[in-house]
Design a protein around this ligand. Structure first.
Ligand code: PXP
Length: 247
């Protein structure tokens, strides 16, 4: 069955707006799991703008499903890779990171010659962490991810989500059709390469129906739309609503 990882970074963002102790992402994670989340996803950014090292430690102890830690492999001495090695989350998703961005823009640029990326993948895998790479939906990058030893790819669905919004309900909108085809082609490449298929970014209650058909899709990571609904109806209900749509 398709798994849901709930990204709770936004809960930590509210806490950090006041640099105080509430709301606690640890409480949010527990409620998300009660609502049916299969996993909890957090992004430990180099600037610690939302999730803190303390959150990673506490969630490592308290999350009952899969703890998926997003982090930048090229981390310039910020200690995020070191913490990941110590904490050994169930899963790590390697993402690009730029200081000024509001959210993760684009997929990881990967190359077979990238020794840093290779060693982060190897170090995490030897510690029993399932390693996923957050990439653009491009078959060549899917195959390269497999060559680098990744267990999974998470396809960046951001461009598709933007095309979906711009199409305003027109399924035959040329850009939307192109973006769906990109995802389908990358999903097929993942199946052929024998690498697990995840997807995430910009997925909402309204657009989710447009990607559930991707062949071999095993996991979705969803943050903004679930937390936005949770603000109004509560976390448990918001997660339950999303799981219902996935079913
Ligand atoms: N997957 C990855 C790798 C991400 O970086 C993000 C955003 O933090 C998400 C999924 C979730 O995206 P959204 O918040 O748009 O649902």
């Amino acid at each position: 069955m398709l798994k849901l990882g709930v990204n709770i970074d936004h809960v930590a963002t509210i806490r950090q707006a006041r640099r105080t102790i509430e709301p606690d992402p640890v409480a949010a994670a527990a409620l998300a799991e009660l609502g049916g989340a299969d996993g909890i996803t957090i992004h430990l950014r180099q600037d610690r703008r939302h999730i803190l090292d303390r959150d990673v430690r506490m969630l490592r102890d308290t999350v009952q499903g899969v703890l998926n830690l997003e982090l930048a492999p090229h981390e310039h001495g910020s200690g995020v890779v070191e913490l990941a090695k110590i904490m050994k989350p169930d899963q790590a998703c390697l993402v690009p990171e730029h200081r000024a961005e509001v959210t993760t823009e684009g997929g990881l640029r990967i190359s077979a010659e990238d020794g840093v990326l290779r060693s982060v993948i190897d170090d995490l895998k030897t510690r029993g962490v399932l390693v996923s790479l957050f990439i653009e939906p491009d078959p060549a990058v899917v195959r390269l991810s497999k060559q680098l030893g990744a267990d999974a790819v998470e396809l960046h669905t951001g461009a598709w989500a933007e095309a979906w919004l711009a199409a305003r309900g027109r399924d035959d909108d040329p850009e939307l059709v192109r973006q769906v085809q990109r995802l389908e082609t990358a999903a097929q490449a993942a199946g052929e390469a024998g690498i697990r298929l995840h997807a995430g970014h910009g997925i909402t209650y309204r657009n989710i129906g447009g990607i559930l058909h991707l062949p071999g899709l095993r996991e979705l990571n969803i943050g903004h739309s679930i937390i936005s609904r949770a603000v109004l109806v509560g976390m448990t209900q918001a997660v339950r609503d999303m799981k219902d749509l996935m079913r």
